[in-house]
Design a protein around this ligand. Structure first.
Ligand code: N01
Length: 483
């Protein structure tokens, strides 16, 4: 068997795309291009620039295992620092020359055993393998409020923050109370004239203080890479405990989280009326758990008003709620989340025999182990559908997935096969087991959240994270069709 030279396209230059590029280079597979639609790397950390943006996963965990960073400023690093980290790592690992910026991939066609790629600018490429690293929380979801377009002030989505708009001293409204909104509220409550928080569903909030690392601590980690690695490993273990707990709604970890959230609410919201309005009626961690420092304090600022009446429409002057009240606003921030089922769409992808991804995913997106779609050979997704999401590091998830993908790539490179993709049977068996297991997770305990698919099934990895590690360690080739 002779080895084969492979050409790769990596779609997306965020955390996972940078990772894929670094790993391919390390493996000596340097015939690749990273197609990035924007003019900078960084993905979600490039797109989100809202005030208060912080990673709610500890920084020493939210780092590439091969590029640990002794210089994180805080336990939970601010967004711009994370963006700088990704750009620095990409630059230090020589990724940038492989990137074509301003190139949005719009088409992928599997023709005669290779992927034919086309970008919005008309650039064409023909590659053997595509790595889709297009992110999950990528496409903003806008609410369909009547009259939204008539609003007379500034209005934007949290992921499209308009820094030209003055917040200081303004009357600001914010729709939503997810992780994003909580960070924005905490950051701007004292800067605005008035902040009106439109809450559809109350949230459990896990207190998470965010101490800065001292210069001595940073110097110590810088001087001792083993200590830095041990810190990363310790956090991985700690988060495993959490990740293993969420898959059993009655686990002791979930009970501890529920107790901590309840105590946070009871002890930190003084006004009993406000406290009840902020009290959720579902189990903690059913929605993505909010980790926050100072949110309840912000909600009790005299500038902040909590509105729980339903929004009925937006008018030129502000937001009208079901009780008839008009909330006058200068700025309206839509922290309303993301379309989480798009993945690599709207890219038009046509696989073997002319099957279109749009049709394959007509009901909902799916892939064997979140990575490979039957009928779409040599196309591998990172952070694809139904994978581990939640309050842990998507970097570790992507690293494990890419280690798995590289083993499939090795089959192509070594000449064992020319095309590989999961079988439909393997995907369907996996999906049936996944749906059954998902029923016992905390995400199924009765709340609305972005984890749930159109059937109300959590679109996540429903088993312990340790099992995910085991499955990612080596592909079961009986689940694949090799051609
Ligand atoms: O979005 P969300 P997010 N009318 O979907 C409300 C990650 N993240 O941007 O709960 C009124 O969680 C909606 O209400 P309800 C993290 O994974 C990470 O906050 O559906 N309200 C909800 O309150 C997170 O989970 C970091 O009833 C409407 C909010 O908008 C994910 O991003 C930081 C509405 C949307 O919450 C998404 O968080 C920040 C409507 N029509 C975010 N439509 C890190 O630190 C929606 N809402 C890594």
């Amino acid at each position: 068997m002779s080895t084969r030279d492979l050409r790769f396209a990596i779609v997306g230059g965020g955390m996972a795309g940078i990772l894929a590029a670094i790993r391919l280079k390390e493996a000596g597979l340097t015939d690749f291009t990273v197609y990035e639609k924007a003019d900078r790397l960084g993905g979600t950390w490039r797109e989100n620039t809202y005030p208060g943006l912080t990673c709610d996963v500890p920084s020493h965990l939210y780092s590439y295992s091969f590029a640990l960073n002794p210089d994180w400023s805080h336990m939970y690093a601010p967004g711009p620092e994370i963006q700088a980290y990704f750009e620095r790592v990409a630059s230090e690992h020589g990724v940038v020359p492989f990137v074509r910026f301003g190139e949005e991939v719009v088409r992928l066609d599997w023709v005669d055993g290779r992927w034919h790629l086309e970008t919005a600018r008309g650039t064409r490429d023909v590659v053997d393998v595509v790595i889709a690293a297009t992110g999950v929380l990528h496409h903003p979801r806008y609410p369909d409020f009547e009259g939204l377009e008539t609003f007379g002030g500034a209005c934007f989505h949290s992921a499209r923050w308009d820094h030209g708009v003055r917040i200081d001293g303004a009357r600001v409204g914010i729709v939503g109370t997810g992780s994003t909104s909580v960070q924005i509220i905490t950051a701007i409550a004292r800067r605005v004239r008035r902040l009106t928080v439109f809450q559809r569903t109350a949230q459990w909030v896990m207190p998470a203080t965010n101490p800065a690392y001292t210069e001595e601590q940073k110097a110590e980690l810088r001087a001792d890479p083993e200590k830095l690695a041990a810190l990363h490993a310790r956090l991985c273990e700690l988060f495993d405990v959490f990740a293993n707990g969420v898959v059993d709604a009655r686990s002791s970890q979930m009970q501890m989280i529920a107790d901590a959230c309840r105590a946070n609410l009871e002890e930190n919201v003084k006004d009993p009326v406000l406290r009840e309005r902020l009290r959720p009626d579902y189990q903690a961690a059913c929605k993505r758990l909010i980790m926050a420092d100072g949110f309840y304090e912000a909600m009790q600022e005299p500038t902040v008003e909590l509105v729980t009446e339903k929004i009925v429409r937006v008018e030129p002057e502000g937001v009208r709620t079901a009780d008839g009240a008009l909330h006058d606003l200068d700025v309206l921030v839509l922290a309303t989340g993301f379309k989480v089922d798009a993945f690599m769409r709207p890219m038009a992808v046509t696989g073997a025999g002319g099957v279109r991804l749009e049709d394959e995913w007509a009901q909902r997106p799916n892939a064997y182990l979140s990575i490979s779609i039957p009928g779409f050979p040599n196309l591998f997704m990172l952070n694809g559908p139904n994978g581990p999401v939640g309050n842990f590091s998507l970097i570790e998830v992507a690293e494990l997935q890419f280690g798995y993908v590289m083993q499939l790539v090795e089959l192509l490179r070594s000449g064992r096969c020319r095309a590989i993709c999961a079988t439909r049977d393997a995907m369907e068996r996996h999906e049936a087991a996944r749906v059954e297991a998902a029923r016992h997770t905390v995400w199924s305990t009765g709340c609305r959240s972005w984890y749930l698919d159109d059937r109300g099934v959590p679109a996540v990895w429903p088993w312990p994270f340790t099992r995910f590690r085991e499955v990612m360690a080596a592909p079961d080739l009986s689940a694949y069709e090799l051609a």
